[in-house]
Write a protein that binds this ligand. Structure first.
Ligand SMILES: *Cc1c(COP(=O)(O)O)cnc(C)c1O
Length: 452
């Protein structure tokens, strides 16, 4: 390749310097630009002879990066923010440099070994048995789909061919993440989404009623019950133990989606709320959400990994050399080639130790709960519910949806904070999601004051 403007060494220094500076700085909030603006500022970047690395890096630093909101900014409190540790980010560079194929033990044994230890940390938090295991994949959406594919496979395998052409049926609740519905669409399965309680938790009586109302032939189609520990919009935890019991009575797979909230397992102050998670057949948590790993990283764990392997292993002439008894991460989800994307998370855990994780999750919970108290005592604000985890839902008294949107736009444009409105029971309201240990009570106060 061309090295038009610099030696490899100069480019190396520039890239590493840029990355290290970005890790250490207080990140700018930044914000989106239109395609026309970006075209005007960046121009055509792909040319026959290339821009050279230093110029391409300049375009990124001056034009492209500022057009991306920094999800690790301490006042990025929309959706689910990110807060990767310094060790995890630096190690992400190493993973990229190491050209590791993370799909098979044969090719990536060392990486897979380390990833499995990180998965074991999560399995232990959840109280899953020693045989439990799984894989890191791109995100919760891919994790939920892969878990449900395994669930359906088991349902069909147990029926000995009777259901091979029958549409499966998943029972979930209104609080479940949109990716459950997406997985069902992708699998051409039906979903019954039972009404949740007033705070958005799976309502177990409604679930039982929904089961009781099924015709016998539909009851046979049920292959999974999905519960959520940490709904995305409100951060509430379903009654996992009761949902597990319904699944056990039906003899079907129990999947728990903890993409956001699963991290709370690390915090003793909220751990009791997850009772029943140890009964899950599969469980996901996104370390890129609240476990301080960079994008993109979801941990998927199975109680019985062999059931998942039966569903997901790909067979081909050129692949079968891999299929001895070794542990191949490709076999546990809907993918084949994979980045060893659990390694930055592993490195960070290995570096700081699990106590630092416990403390960091507790710190975000504290800010969320103290922030909620501040909101509760503000004349102009009303708390919608006490936060169970680290999502705070509240309203600004007297505001219309347009007020909220204008306020939110200004806050971002002024580089103050990124907080978008959400909806609760049909009403436009505000939502703060706190997963960044660098978010302080003063940050929350600043936002509260801006709502005056
Ligand atoms: C974020 C989220 C997902 C989707 O995860 P991605 O990593 O964005 O694909 C699924 N379920 C829940 C509960 C979530 O919060």
């Amino acid at each position: 390749m061309h090295q038009r403007d610099s030696s490899v060494e100069v480019l190396t220094q520039a890239i590493v310097r840029y990355a290290v500076d970005r890790v250490r700085m207080e990140p700018p909030l930044d914000g989106p630009r239109t395609e026309a603006e970006l075209t005007a500022m960046a121009g055509i970047t792909i040319s026959e002879l290339g821009l050279g690395g230093l110029e391409a890096l300049r375009v990124f630093a001056d034009v492209l990066a500022p057009a991306c909101i920094s999800t690790d900014h301490p006042r990025f409190l929309s959706f689910v923010p990110a807060a990767p540790t310094e060790a995890s980010i630096l190690f992400d560079l190493v993973v990229g440099a190491s050209s590791i194929y993370g799909g098979s033990w044969m090719e990536g044994a060392g990486a897979v070994f380390a990833e499995n230890q990180a998965l074991r940390y999560i399995a232990d938090l959840a109280g899953m048995p020693t045989e439990a295991g799984g894989v890191f994949l791109s995100g919760g959406t891919a994790g939920n789909l892969s878990a449900l594919i395994a669930a359906r496979h088991q349902w069909r395998a147990r029926a000995g061919g009777r259901f091979d052409r029958t549409r499966g049926l998943v029972l979930s609740s209104k609080g479940a993440h949109s990716s459950i519905a997406l997985a069902c669409r992708a699998m051409d399965a039906d979903e019954i989404s039972v009404d949740s309680d007033a705070e958005g938790r799976l309502h177990v009586e409604n679930l039982r009623d929904a089961v009781a109302a099924l015709a016998p032939e539909d009851r046979e189609r049920v292959f999974a019950i999905v519960a959520t520990c940490g709904t995305t919009n409100a951060g509430v935890i379903d009654d996992l133990d009761a949902a597990a019991s319904v699944a056990a009575e039906l003899g079907v797979w129990f999947h728990v989606d903890g993409a956001y909230g699963g991290a709370g397992l690390a915090a003793p102050s909220v751990r009791p709320r997850y009772r029943g998670i140890e009964r899950a057949d599969s469980f996901i948590v996104d370390p890129h959400k609240w476990l301080f790993a960079p994008f993109d990283c979801c941990a998927l764990l199975y109680r019985n990994p062999l059931a998942a392997r039966a569903a997901h292993t790909q067979h081909a002439e050129y692949l079968d050399v891999l299929h001895d008894d070794s542990w191949n991460p490709s076999d546990f989800a809907h993918h084949l080639s994979r980045r060893a994307r659990g390694l930055p998370f592993w490195f960070s855990l290995a570096t700081y130790g699990t106590a630092a994780y416990r403390d960091a999750v507790e710190a975000t919970l504290t800010v969320a709960h103290e922030g909620a108290r501040l909101i509760d005592t503000s004349q102009h604000l009303e708390l919608i519910m006490q936060p169970e985890l680290s999502v705070v839902l509240f309203r600004r008294v007297g505001w219309t949806p347009q007020h909220y949107q204008t306020w939110s736009d200004h806050l971002l444009a002024d580089g103050v904070a990124f907080v978008v409105p959400t909806a609760w029971a049909g009403e436009t309201v505000l939502r703060l999601c706190i997963v960044n240990p660098r978010t302080t009570l003063d940050d929350i106060r600043l936002i509260i004051d801006s709502l005056n």
